[in-house]
Design a protein around this ligand. Structure first.
Ligand code: COA
Ligand code: AMP
Length: 633
């Protein structure tokens, strides 16, 4: 570890209050905090508790106050529709202030929840910032989730308003949002007051005037309004994520710490300055989209790119290079799967050679482990540093990374580099002792977590404490496992719960199992993630039928696949289900998912000593071969 990084990192761990007070001086406060960290009620910590600020003020108004209103804040580019637009900070502020006025006119007040279920269009960003302006708590739901998931979020958040659009576009198909939203509203026990719907050109839908109103109508009657003063510990947003059970967890973000931490990361982790052009190719429905399409780049006064397209197929594998070249992007942040998709279509980089990427300086990858092959391929092509960094919805910013704005560190392929200032990362072994360098164990972070992380779960303090903070007292359990090497590099190897990562999307196998179990012919099932060259992992379902079922297996598996798509959504990418005779279990009845996964991935496995009947493993292997699953990985 060189001196510069080490000094800053050590200071953040040894004197966090001083460290984050300094960082907090970089943001706008209506009232500066004097109480920096309240540690009186662990594991519930409060950063900047007497500070008063506003998220939207820090994203927009502050830049106008400082004379940068004419700078481009947002570039929108949709290779699917051909639409492109730019908004300066002044223009975006007007749009946001008007939509904030519209929300207010619909009765939304500070603390109310607003669900945003929208495609990647500027109105989605405007809706998020408008909520922040009036102190409403937004909860953005990814468009790839089905009505059932949307309904569970409406119920849990008890949202007052739902903001949506008439449709989204996926390559080759239009996603009609209105029927999905109608179904969700019907399914939800909690009743929203109003739906505001943005009509996309050529895809207008009919609205029910008693409960639904168009975006155009609400803004035409609305007046611009100013930012409200918010206490630092009030909530900016809820983002639901997969948990260890099928019930999603509402990760909440408090206001002051979020602004301070995210603004700090732009320079220190990403080496991005005010005015730089930054692109995060994710979706606003995910944490990467929240933090790095919307909030961090705007807090920093950058230009952020909103891209409604895919790395391939919109129209070709040159889509990313075109955006970087057209807008002179300095750095890109995306998931490794996007690069694997490009590599698969264009392994020799033929599309790449058509574009000028002279302004491009670095590529950041996260969301899943970046495999060394993909990193090396990207390095060879782009001739810029390619940085794998590790983080979670819970933290909202990187736990480990090469902090390129402090000091560029050497790459170790397969490692997500070192703990970022603010995070005291440790490895704990199964006997609860701290691991030595290179020893495997659970990855934990010593409490308190830095600002910008999750202070609790929405309406679920107990779940927060029990789920994350209880297994290892004084530590946050990340549910990732791995090791730290002798140089302090962190190696993330696997999840320790039922979460799998499919194309950088976080999914709970437990949630998929819950859906499969509802099929009337299914006696029991196991869902696991098997290795996939493109998406990292893919879910497969192994189904055991009830005795006496006389339906054809293929009909049952098709029905199961449809049920998952209908209940969770296309994002589950659940396309493989097979019927098997029995599931391998321990003598106490626990399904041996880990062993099945190893068989499916064709890697060496030991017969667990606790197994009830080892012969089942051979049966499963035969079934996997028969169904082409072993061959396909
Ligand atoms: N709304 C509706 N449906 C969506 C959606 C959205 N916003 N996003 C994805 N889907 C659908 C897809 O159309 C697909 O449906 P299909 O089964 O009918 O084909 C399904 O959900 C699975 O999507 P995905 O896993 O993304 O697979 P894909 O084959 O469509 O695309 C990649 C593969 C690699 C191109 C794509 O995953 C990608 O661009 N990833 C980039 C990384 C990323 O955004 N990660 C997120 C966190 S950083
Ligand atoms: P999400 O909350 O959707 O961002 O998913 C977080 C999870 O994704 C982490 O707990 C990890 O399992 C995985 N993840 C994210 N980034 C990385 C990375 N760089 N390397 C390995 N796994 C990662």
């Amino acid at each position: 570890m060189s001196d510069k990084f080490k000094k800053i990192y050590d200071e953040s761990i040894n004197n966090p209050e001083k460290f984050w007070t300094d960082a907090s001086n970089d943001i706008f406060w209506f009232k500066k905090p004097t109480k920096i960290l309240n540690k009186s009620s662990p594991p519930f910590y409060k950063w900047f508790e007497d500070g008063v600020t506003n998220t939207c003020y820090n994203a927009l108004d502050i830049h106008i106050d400082r004379g940068n209103g004419k700078r481009t804040a947002l570039i929108y580019d949709s290779p699917i529709t051909g639409d492109k637009s730019n908004f300066t900070y002044e223009e975006l502020k007007v749009k946001v202030s008007i939509f904030a006025g519209a929300l207010k006119a619909q009765g939304v007040i500070k603390g109310d929840r607003v669900i945003i279920y929208m495609p990647m269009i500027p109105e989605a960003v405007i809706a998020m910032l408008a909520c922040a302006r009036i102190g409403a708590i937004h909860s953005v739901v990814f468009g790839g989730f089905a009505s059932n998931e949307l309904a569970s979020r409406i119920d849990d958040s008890k949202a007052k308003i739902l903001v949506t659009a008439s449709c989204g576009f996926e390559p080759g198909r239009t996603v009609e949002y209105k029927p999905l939203v109608d179904e969700a509203v019907k399914l939800a026990k909690h009743k929203i007051d109003k739906m505001i719907l943005f009509q996309r050109k050529g895809h207008e839908v009919k609205l029910n005037p008693s409960k639904e109103v168009s975006w155009e109508e609400v803004v035409s009657n609305a007046k611009e309004i100013d930012c409200v003063e918010m206490n630092s510990n009030e909530f900016a947003y809820i983002l639901y994520t997969s948990g260890t059970t099928g019930t999603p967890k509402g990760i909440v973000r408090d206001i002051g710490g979020h602004i301070v931490a995210l603004k700090w990361t732009m320079k220190n982790i990403y080496n991005i300055d005010e005015g730089d052009i930054w692109w995060s190719a994710s979706d606003i429905g995910w944490i990467v989209g929240h933090s790095y399409i919307v909030y961090a780049p705007l807090f920093k006064g950058c230009t952020t790119v909103l891209f409604e397209g895919k790395p391939v197929g919109t129209p070709d594998a040159g889509a990313f290079w075109k955006i970087i070249s057209d807008y002179k992007v300095k750095s890109l942040f995306t998931a490794p799967t996007a690069f694997r998709a490009i590599k698969k279509e264009d392994p020799d980089g033929k599309f790449f050679s058509k574009y000028n990427l002279s302004k491009f300086e670095s590529l950041f990858l996260a969301g899943e482990r970046a495999d060394p092959d993909t990193i090396k391929w990207a390095e060879n092509l782009l001739k810029v540093p390619v940085i794998d960094h590790w983080w979670q919805t819970e933290t909202s910013w990187a736990i480990s990374s090469n902090c390129t704005g402090i000091e560029m560190m050497k790459t170790k392929y397969g490692s997500a580099c070192k703990a970022v200032p603010g995070y005291d990362v440790k490895i704990i072994k199964s006997d609860h002792s701290l691991a030595k360098p290179n020893e495997m164990g659970d990855i934990v972070v010593k409490l308190p977590l830095p600002p910008g992380t999750f202070p609790t779960l929405w309406n679920a303090d107990k779940r927060y404490k029990e789920n994350y903070m209880s297994n290892y007292e004084g530590y946050y359990q990340t549910y990732d496992a791995g090791h730290i090497d002798e140089d302090g590099y962190i190696w993330i190897m696997s999840r320790t719960d039922d979460i799998i990562n499919v194309a950088g999307h976080r999914l709970s196998t437990g949630a998929i199992e819950e859906v499969l179990s509802e099929h009337q012919s299914v006696a029991e099932c196991a869902v696991l993630g098997i290795a996939d060259k493109l998406k990292g992992q893919l879910p497969i379902g192994l189904i055991v039928l009830k005795a006496g079922v006389d339906k054809n297996n293929e009909t049952i598996t098709k029905e199961c696949i449809k049920m998952v798509r209908d209940k969770i959504g296309p994002v589950a990418a659940f396309k493989i289900a097979i019927v098997i005779k029995r599931l391998p279990k321990t003598r106490s009845g626990k399904i041996l998912r880990g062993t099945i996964r190893k068989i499916a991935d064709n890697i060496e496995y030991k017969i667990p000593p606790t197994i009830d009947d080892p012969a089942i493993l051979d049966e499963i292997k035969e079934d996997l071969i028969k169904n082409n699953i072993l061959k396909s990985v």
